[in-house]
Ligand binder design. Structure first.
Ligand code: GAP
Length: 456
């Protein structure tokens, strides 16, 4: 158990150029985040690992990249214009605004709001402590904008609050063009936007984020079994990439909590430093989305199965993860501190991000023991061999111990040290991040030896 883990992860992220607040020189934009040189590598690796497991290694899922701006009727059909609302409460004393579930005992209050039995008279404002909270108002979370130069209702455009709708409206085109038969899935990674009342907790809840979503189209009789399969696949994915299974759990949604489209929903939760919270949602959306688009667009979106002679509206099982929330979970899970011996016989603390190699921003750091010209030349030659194969870095400043610590702190799994003996024996030392064990390998064999340790 690491104390103040949240503060440590946020501070390390800022200090090492992983993630920092957007528009910081203007005081920050609030609820939006920028990914620095290491953060963009990390998040890209999370997305790449997801795509690899969901598309590359499967023969029943294909990819898609749909536009963010869609026809405005899409959001009427999807139910978002009417139902994608949060209960907003304002304190008449201090004017602070909250989501109901951010108030003390918020989950119970949310449940009561959903069932229409809410009374906030006795609840203290979390900001000023006065009991002057107004009645909850329905607040639509979608960002509204306009196409073209005239701001009139005919030109309304919405920033998508989920990527899923781009998949449903393309279901038929993708099925036909890729000659897919139900059951099959369509996967997509892309930006989504939500005008959250209370963004916060670092990347956990922001206004702009990326989703990694997959919609699996199945015969209605197979939806329940597909739901169970996907829930297991998705929970295992986080564990395979290094999250301790004890920090993952599944939580079923209760009736009043279900989103407007869901027949059944389950959250894969992670134990963040501020408690168990949703990491990814698994939803059985039934035929809701295709039925509604068929109705609103006036198109027949039924599917004819020529093997059985049946015509039906496919049901959808959705896996919906957040790339940013996922990246944050991987950061928390990887963060570690330990006491290690120093060269002078003492002890010091090292901070280490124990990322799975597939997620680490840099896989390899090449470190010459000194800045002397002949060593630099050899080391740069070694780096030139490594670079085409692995995202890597080169560092020749400060003592070697300090440089190892710098790489540990950003999670680089392997350091390659070039020393004066390397000039003679044409060999280098590979040093492992977690065990700190060192092994000498010939330069000629370096790349295959790194591949052995780092995987594909
Ligand atoms: N298409 C279904 C859907 O969007 P959701 O449970 O509302 O379902 C899915 O969102 C995932 O998107 C969440 O589990 C989370 O990882 C991510 N997500 C949702 N809102 C977010 C926000 N404001 N900031 C960061 N990630 C968010």
């Amino acid at each position: 158990m690491i104390e103040n883990l949240f503060e440590k992860v946020v501070s390390l992220s800022k200090r090492r150029g992983i993630v920092f607040p957007s528009s910081e020189i203007y005081g920050g934009a609030g609820g939006t985040w920028d990914f620095g040189p290491l953060g963009v590598e990390l998040k890209n690796n999370v997305k790449r690992a997801w795509w690899r497991s969901m598309v590359q290694l499967r023969d029943d899922v294909v990819g898609l990249d749909a536009a963010i701006l869609m026809h405005p009727r899409v959001w009427e059909a999807s139910g978002h214009v009417e139902n994608f609302v949060d209960p907003l409460v304002e304190c008449s004393n201090c004017k602070h605004r909250f989501r109901i579930d951010d108030l003390p005992d918020g989950d119970t209050l949310l449940e009561r709001w959903r069932t229409g039995k809410i009374e906030l008279g006795g609840v203290a404002c979390p900001s000023c402590g006065e009991r002057k909270l107004g009645d909850p108002r329905r607040f639509n979370l979608m960002f509204k904008t306009h196409r073209g130069p005239v701001e009139e209702s005919a030109s309304v455009a919405w920033l998508r609050p989920e990527t899923a709708q781009g998949i449903y409206v393309n279901f038929e085109t993708v099925a036909q063009s890729s000659r897919r038969r139900v059951p099959f899935g369509i996967a997509q990674i892309g930006k989504a936007f939500r005008n959250e009342i209370t963004p916060g907790k670092f990347l956990y809840r922001s206004l702009e984020f990326e989703q990694m979503e997959m919609q699996y189209f199945v015969h209605p009789d197979e939806a329940a079994a597909a739901f169970e399969r996907w829930r297991a696949v998705r929970q295992a994915w986080y564990a395979e990439l290094g999250i301790d299974p004890a920090k993952l759990r599944a939580r079923e949604h209760v009736a009043g909590e279900l989103a407007h489209y869901a027949k059944r929903a389950l959250d894969i939760e992670f134990e963040y430093p501020f408690g168990w919270k949703e990491l990814e949602g698994i939803h059985n959306r039934g035929d809701y989305d295709l039925r509604r688009h068929a109705e609103y667009a006036g198109k027949d979106l039924t599917y004819f199965d020529d093997a059985t002679g049946q015509r039906f509206i496919p049901n959808v099982v959705e896996t919906s993860g957040g790339a940013d929330r996922g990246t944050f979970a991987f950061l928390c899970a990887a963060y570690d501190e330990e006491q290690v011996p120093t060269a002078s016989g003492g002890r010091e603390e090292r901070v280490v991000l124990r990322f799975h190699p597939a997620l680490a921003p840099y896989k390899v750091a090449v470190l010459p023991l000194s800045k002397k010209a002949e060593l630099s030349e050899l080391a740069r030659g070694v780096w030139a061999q490594v670079r085409p194969h692995f995202m890597s870095t080169y560092d020749e400043t400060q003592a070697i111990g300090r440089r190892y610590r710098r790489q540990d702190e950003i999670g680089t799994p392997l350091c390659v040290t070039v020393d004066f003996e390397s000039l003679e024996d044409k060999a280098v030392t590979i040093r492992e991040r977690d065990s700190m064990a060192q092994v000498r390998v010939p330069i000629a064999e370096l790349v295959p030896r790194l591949h052995e340790r780092l995987g594909p």
